[in-house]
Design a protein around this ligand. Sequence first.
Ligand code: HSE
Length: 414
Amino acid sequence: MAKIAVLGHGVVGSGVVEVIESNKESIKRRAGQEIEVKRILDLRDFSDLSYSHKFTKNFDDILNDDEITVVVEVMGGINPAFDFAKASLQKGKSVVTSNKELVAGCGAELLKIAKENNVNFFFEASVGGGIPIIRPMHQCLAANEINEIAGILNGTTNFILTKMIKEQMDFDTALKLAQDLGYAERNPSADVDGHDACRKICILASLAFGRHVHPDNVQTEGITKITLEDVDYAENWGGVIKLIARAKRGNNGKIECMVSPAFVPKSSQLANIDDVFNGVLIRGNATGDVVFYGKGAGKLPTASAVVADVIDVAKAVSTSKSLTWDECEENIVESYKNTSSAFYVRVETNEPTEAKVAISREFGDVIYLSRKEQPKKELAFVTKSILEKDMLHKLTALVEDDILILTHIRLVDY
Ligand code: HSE
């Protein structure tokens, strides 16, 4: 029998206990042995549960229990999750986590400690909730050079954008609904400002490219400034607005990595991923595009991924020494200003005819978009692909011509 401890009895932690209990027999068959939750760490009291006797408020009860061989960390955040994970690995216990902040921030260090102690550090649930993505990338796509990854990695923002696109709901109303339905993180900024998606793309990029991609180095833009006007212009262009997290091999060993809203053509496989669903497109040099789709959050989908990791550890086939990436001191992420993209730009001007002359002067040929009830003062257009730093100079030049820049959004083509 494998005895495990669960750190945190929130949504995911209670789901882990539930899945292990309700699927006991099939889990035993697959793991080759029974899996039992021996202790649960939480500072709150849960005296009315059938397994209340398993709770402790003291991590040392778990750390010093030699029967416990796997520690499941589902508390979230860096502190004390990092210290608990590190101490567990150093004690020779494998660690399974759903904590994307922990993996994105400290993954290289924890993977190294796991390797040194001949145990595993697994984190399937940290990206895409119940969607299998870490293991398929690491194992099933192992024969490929992965050149690019692009995904809708945050369910809350995808839900909000879907409501804006399909029901013309404004941003604030859609966010409130997402919060009422329990999709948003405790602090909605993690979702709507793109940080959650950033952590997830950093984990996938680190795994794909073998070196730690730190969230702090990644240009991260959220969806708070997206308006229904932008949604209408995207429709006129032939696409939808999605929060896209992306990473690709750049030049000179650099990695281009960014999170931002983007115009996605309706023909793209990512365009039809709606509501709280997530989708990840992996571009392999042998497979071409492979897309993973499913529920990216929620109690049982996430718990399912956590328990699958526990089963893998329990099978004790071996430690997965190759599921790793290296820490690197220097910043390997290319400045977003040195990357290229086509742009949608929306401006306001008192002199539309003259503004169009200035726009042609800066951008050459552009495609003008239209929407219902478009004010005479408003212009929206799409540029050709352009280096971001040039784009910023050109927008500044338009401002000097008394043109107010309302927004600019990148175009992607996956
Ligand atoms: N708040 C996250 C999301 C939860 O909306 O995708 C899963 O990481």
